[in-house]
Ligand binder design. Sequence first.
Ligand code: PMP
Length: 444
Amino acid sequence: PIDMSKRFRLTLSLSLQAKMSRPVQARRLEGIDKNIWVELVKLAATYSKVNLGQGFPDFPAPDFLTEALTKALSGGNHMLHQYTRAFGHPPLVKVLAQFFEKLLGRDLDPMTNVMVTVGAYQALFCCFQALVDEGDEVIIIEPFFDCYEPMVKMAGGTPVFVPLRPTPPKDGKLMSSADWQLDPAELASKFSERTKAIVLNSPNNPLGKVFSHGELGLIAELCVKHDVLCISDEVYEWLVYDGKQHIRIASLQGMWDRTVIVGSAGKTFSVTGWKVGWVVGPDRLLQHLRTVHQNSVYHCATIAQEAMAQGFQRELTLYGKPESYFVQLPKELQQKRDWLIQSLIAVGMKPIVPEGTYFLVADISPFKSDVPDVPNSDEPYDYRFIKWMVKNKGLAAIPLSAFYSEAHKKNYTNFIRFCFAKEDATLKAANEILQKWKQEKTSS
Ligand code: PMP
């Protein structure tokens, strides 16, 4: 006689096995599941006394914004707790349109030329999902904000990398982020009929490079010649130093119709936790971003958008005036930048003076003999240096090679990135660590 219960158990276990052997994850996640931030954030949280790694301010948000948020919360308009327009709360898209009309010198329709997103992150995600197809190539300038690569891949596209190449100044001066340049012939060689878009990030994270008019002109010329779109990540647009100007590539000839400008309230108003971002561009591109937005997040927090609209209204009234936050913040950050540069020089690092952003990259090649080699490890020097520095000195930063493609990482392992959007007390604590380190070096 057949043992039915045994047979049933066998069938059940076979069907369970069959189910468990099937991959659960979608193919689009292949090769993008590793993320260095997880490890580095954990490392910093465990060992660091001072964290100059991740890019966010530890100083308070401006009072006028927190007041606007409080007013939005308790000002009696209970509808601010409900959904608003999916593509952006009307007061915010209206004031953003007015602001960008001023910056770009063209008329904008708040309903079709502006969309509010969940931070610049979602703005970028919408760009890649809406504009990049299977097989399309997307040019990414290295070093790059690390999410561009997985986002292009998730859309089915192929990233094509082109590095900014450093030329050390001959006169023994400190290097500047302006000394990192594209090779025009190399850049041109990356454009082909397969190229759908180029990602431009000026001011650039991590280097702090602010692309010059000439450099933007070169990129624009190639975009027009090859009918290529430009995803222009300008989240650090107000953080520009030493009297430099941030130039918007969309204002160059032939570029408005092919450019999406990406912005972030987090960076603009020092409120990274609010996660309010935006895109500005022609309707022919934005209509497709709206489709992605509509079918993914659909909507961003109404109350944060309401408060942000008040913040932009204030900045519009104070445009260019000394009281403007967009004037004050870079002034303060420039002092912090210069302070950190001096502290890093004292310990023997060679900072690259950033023209913009709140990041600073420093050359750590003089420390090779301090950091123990790990036999049989292919871990790059900058990663090993960061781990050593966090554990032994209590100071956290980010390895620069994390901002390069796999193929080019090995050429850029002598640098680390610091964030200087920090309270003076935090920078003072960092300075104390560096001074102590310097004394240890001189006495050993
Ligand atoms: N682009 C760049 C270049 C960034 O540095 C960041 C944040 N680190 C973002 C986009 C994302 O901005 P948000 O926090 O508004 O999503």
